[in-house]
Design a protein around this ligand. Structure first.
Ligand code: UD1
Ligand code: UDP
Length: 384
């Protein structure tokens, strides 16, 4: 009976949120107690559609908030107004938000103002530095203050929440859903045998040259930090003409300008548009080394056994000293020497390419769905 169903509103708006919520959406759709309403804020446009396509997932609603080069406050006020209207119409029993974007925090805030409970997926990640990542560290800490249920990927994330005074009974350690998504896509790749067409932007990779894959978009590195990253890649490309450096460039105009300005004319640097998730997982598999400032890629690379150099000074995703993941910041010399060592020293490379998955086992969505279901049946009434 319709009246017995719990309405769950899942809100996301950016590429990583969609990738990490997609496996959970599939699980919730199988639950006959739940009516799932997927609200895309449209904080990203092209980059969001691309990844939703990979999961055959469609949003029920699109708030269409993206404008080119949006300011954080302009974006926030649009999100708050349109999410408020969405919640008024949908009347959810709970709102599910993910991670640390402006969409996540504004959705939690809009729900709180309407006295709607909030569940936070990928809760508890912290660097302890409010300025790095910016504005994400603030977004996730503020979301935690408002949330009624916290799905923490790891024990470390759970401990961060406990230190902030979150009630332990509200926290569930689940693993990160990104590993669920990655394994789904890897299976899809294996089943389909997909490889890039010669005419596609990834066509030049249909050979046996080694590949270094790069992604970068973080706001705290804009300006000098980003310039140093790009000139380090340019130097590496000059020194290693037999290696292909592949960079799917984020659509943020600040990133586009910085990357194309320095790297456009290099014969062994391939600048391509952001890739769909299937294509990007293929690329991570194809790469020997990954350089990134992305949170999601930091979590995925070790699960694929790929060494990952993290273009940041701090991380909320430490994976252990013996892991495939190494912090190089935005320091030109550090980036060049770390990549060169991996390219030149096969024993060191082997040591850094052990497959490990410290962030999840591929079953996070199941755990979240189970706890959410129990919460709706048992605890929902005591909160409202
Ligand atoms: C956002 C999130 C960041 C997340 C990242 C993932 C905030 C403040 N930032 O950063 O936490 O790690 O997404 O990628 O929430 N654009 C397009 N098409 C797209 C997407 C973006 O043209 O599909 C351009 C637009 O000009 C847009 C700009 O990129 O104004 C910036 O987008 P925005 O969502 O504000 O920030 P990101 O840097 O993408
Ligand atoms: N990704 C993708 N296409 C690309 C680059 C990245 O599908 O061209 C995926 C990647 O595998 C990861 C996620 O997007 O799951 C990371 O997104 P992003 O770097 O934008 O955000 P962050 O992880 O830093 O929040």
């Amino acid at each position: 009976m319709m009246s017995d169903l719990f309405v769950v509103s899942m809100v996301f708006g950016t590429r990583p949120e969609a990738i990490k919520m997609a496996p959970l959406a599939a699980k919730l759709r199988e639950n006959s107690n739940i009516k799932l309403h997927i609200c895309s804020t449209g904080q990203h446009r092209e980059m969001l559609t691309q990844v939703l396509d990979a999961f055959d997932l469609q949003a029920d609603e699109d708030l269409d908030v993206m404008t080119s080069g949006q300011t954080l406050n302009g974006l926030s006020q649009l999100l708050l107004t349109r999410l408020d209207r969405s919640f008024e119409q949908t009347k959810p029993d709970i709102v599910l938000v993910h991670g640390d974007t402006t969409t996540s925090f504004m959705a939690a805030f809009a729900a709180f103002n309407r006295r709607i409970p909030v569940a936070h997926v990928e809760a508890g990640l912290r660097t302890g530095n409010i300025h790095s990542p910016w504005p994400e560290e603030a977004n996730r800490a503020l979301t935690a203050v408002l949330a009624n249920l916290h799905f923490a990927p790891t024990e470390r994330d759970r401990n961060n929440l406990l230190e902030e005074g979150v009630d332990p009974s509200q926290i569930e350690v689940t693993g990160n859903t990104v590993i669920d998504a990655l394994l789904l896509m890897r299976d899809k790749l294996t089943r389909s045998g997909w490889t890039p067409d010669v005419a596609s932007p990834l066509g030049p990779l249909n050979n046996d040259r080694r590949v270094v894959l790069i992604t970068g978009h973080r706001r705290e590195s804009f300006g000098d930090g980003f310039h140093r990253i790009c000139t380090a890649i340019a130097d590496l490309a000059d020194r290693n003409p037999d290696v292909m450096f592949v960079y799917p460039v984020h659509l943020n105009p600040v990133v586009q300008e910085a990357v194309y300005g320095v790297l456009d004319d290099k014969p062994n640097v391939l600048l391509v548009p952001p890739q769909g998730y299937l294509e990007f997982v293929w690329l991570m598999n194809r790469a020997s080394i990954i350089l990134t400032d992305s949170g999601g890629v930091q979590e995925e690379a070790p699960a694929l056994g790929r060494p990952v150099l993290v273009l940041r000074d701090v991380t909320e995703r430490p994976s252990g000293a013996d892991s495939a993941s190494m912090m190089v910041g935005t320091d030109h010399a550090k980036i060049v020497s770390a990549v060169q060592k991996l390219l030149d020293d096969p024993d060191y490379y082997r040591e850094k390419s052990q497959t490990r998955s410290p962030f999840g086992d591929g079953h996070a969505s199941e755990r979240i769905e189970k706890r959410l279901n129990a919460w709706l049946a048992r605890d929902r009434r005591s909160v409202a």
